[in-house]
Design a protein around this ligand. Structure first.
Ligand SMILES: Cc1cc2nc3c(=O)[nH]c(=O)nc-3n(C[C@H](O)[C@H](O)[C@H](O)COP(=O)(O)O)c2cc1C
Length: 394
């Protein structure tokens, strides 16, 4: 379909829901348990309000940002997301190309479904690799780190919030288990879901068969036991320090929600951190990221690069996160909805929507450059603990 009708992320989501079989849409859109953290992420970005300055004559505000010495055209990176290979025939390569064409960075997930070598070859743009190593720095993780280094990834993003997989009840209802083999009954149910979405199913038949073959042959990244072992033994700060010893380039720790953990990450040698609750897919009841971001920035903002994700659906959310002190943000579901609808072009379209929204927001705010954003542009009284403790009306 023409992606030009995607005029915002909500519309991309609506169209993705129409196009995808339920099992795929639920995997993208779903969350842990009651989805409280998932919902509150976006609600709390909405709750922060601006303090605009009129009369500043802002025109064409600058969105260019530098992260670890790399210039990105805007402060929005593509979060690592699993199984992208089976969402659209453009596959993970389509996402890599979209990031390159829009001047930003894709963070390739360990479990995206394509190998780091193959995806690295898809574009000449700078790229980052995300590592799941829940069992610690075992042999499989070491091999993965070395492969990422040899393939030219510039930063390694170690995800810390996945000691076990979150309780994703929509996936359970559909009968899917990450890494597990579906039973004949589940397979029959899935075939029923595919049958009612013939356009998607036909387009995915060949790539789907390729993926199954690659996974069987162990060629699909993440197929190696040990790396995908998300529910392996607990992952500790010693493991991060050990990874630091093996990885010579920029090291980022993703999935932190407190100032204390941020300090530990810095002590373990991280060059950057991502404040993230995994988009509400892991610990339900984790705070929304805008609630903890200012405290984390206050604790470690001078010694490390602070990034944030979870719940960002609008340019206004991005501007608020930057004003709270994040250097760049990651978007997850927002670009996956676009990808599901239009592959590479869909991701590009979502990035264009974010660019236009950020640019318009900056102009209305009266701020000429994202580098000039700080907390003086926001009303953060919403963070006041007294207000949080007030009992709900009625
Ligand atoms: C379908 C899907 C798959 C994901 N897979 C991974 C992954 O493999 N590794 C990882 O670190 N985070 C993963 N995440 C979390 C994202 O990196 C990111 O933290 C989250 O999507 C941000 O929230 P948002 O979707 O509300 O933007 C995944 C998220 C989604 C939606």
């Amino acid at each position: 379909m023409g992606v030009d009708r995607i005029w915002n992320v909500a519309e991309a989501r609506r169209r993705a829901r129409l196009r995808l079989p339920r099992v795929v849409f639920d995997y993208i859109d779903g969350d842990a348990e009651d989805g409280i953290t998932h919902r509150r992420n976006t609600e709390d970005y909405n709750a922060v309000t601006f303090q605009p300055r009129t009369g500043n004559k802002v025109a064409h505000p600058s969105l260019v940002t530098e992260v670890f010495g790399t210039k990105v055209s805007m402060p929005v990176l593509l979060a690592p997301c699993g199984l992208t290979r089976v969402m659209h025939p453009d596959g993970t390569f389509g996402i890599a190309r979209a990031a390159a064409s829009r001047g930003t960075i894709q963070v390739l997930s360990t479990v995206a479904g394509n190998s780091p070598e193959d995806v690295a070859g898809a574009s000449t743009a700078p790229k980052w690799f995300q590592l799941y190593a829940s069992g610690g720095l075992n042999e499989a993780a070491e091999a993965m780190i070395d492969r990422a280094r040899l393939s030219g990834y510039e930063a390694l993003v170690v995800t810390m919030d996945t000691a076990v997989l979150g309780n994703r009840e929509r996936d359970s209802r559909n009968g899917i288990q990450l890494g597990g083999k579906p039973s004949p009954a589940v397979l029959a149910k899935l075939l029923g879901q595919f049958a009612v979405k013939p356009r998607w199913s036909l387009s995915m038949a060949a790539p789907g068969i390729e993926f199954v073959k690659a996974a069987k042959a162990g060629r699909a990244a993440g197929a190696q036991a040990g790396v995908v072992g998300i529910s392996g033994s607990p992952f500790s700060w010693d493991d991060v320090a050990a990874i630091r010893g093996r990885w010579p380039r920029r090291l980022v720790v993703k999935g932190l929600m407190t100032a204390d953990d941020a300090r530990r990450a810095v002590d373990a040698g991280a060059d950057g951190i991502v404040v993230s609750n995994h988009g509400g897919r892991q610990l339900d009841g984790s705070p929304p990221t805008p609630r903890v971001l200012p405290a984390v920035v206050d604790a470690v903002g001078d010694s490390t690069v602070v990034m944030v994700d979870s719940g960002l659906r609008r340019g206004t959310h991005v501007v608020k996160a930057l004003a709270m002190g994040a250097k760049v943000v990651f978007i997850g579901r927002a670009y996956l909805y676009g990808f599901a609808v239009g592959g590479q072009a869909g991701v590009e379209r979502v990035l264009d929507v974010f660019r236009a929204e950020i640019s318009r927001t900056m102009t209305l705010l009266g701020c000429q450059s994202v580098a000039d954003l700080d907390r003086s542009w926001l009303d953060l009284s919403w963070l006041d603990p007294g207000r949080l403790q007030r009992p709900a009306p009625g």
